[in-house]
Design a protein around this ligand. Structure first.
Ligand SMILES: [Zn+2]
Length: 78
């Protein structure tokens, strides 16, 4: 689970970008923290980087395939 200390630097946004499922190895549409919907593993990505491949972390039988969703997006001024 992602953590933070200072809540005044975060804002809740009701955007569909947080609901979109992304396949392993695909390009991350936004920089930020992504979460595997199946197991809760998290990864931080810079702008333009690809999401980890299907071999990034193992799943137990029955957990299903790796599906990444945006958890926290980073907003750059550039
Ligand atoms: Zn996973």
């Amino acid at each position: 689970m992602a953590g933070y200390k200072y809540g005044e630097y975060l804002v809740q946004l009701n955007l569909s970008a947080y609901d979109t499922a992304h396949a392993p190895g695909s390009a991350a549409p936004r920089p930020g923290v992504y979460r595997c919907s199946a197991c809760g593993d998290e990864i931080a990505l810079a702008k333009g980087h690809a999401l980890p491949s299907e071999h990034h972390h193992p799943h137990a039988p029955g957990q299903g395939t790796i599906v990444w969703k945006l958890l926290v997006s980073a907003h750059s001024k550039r």
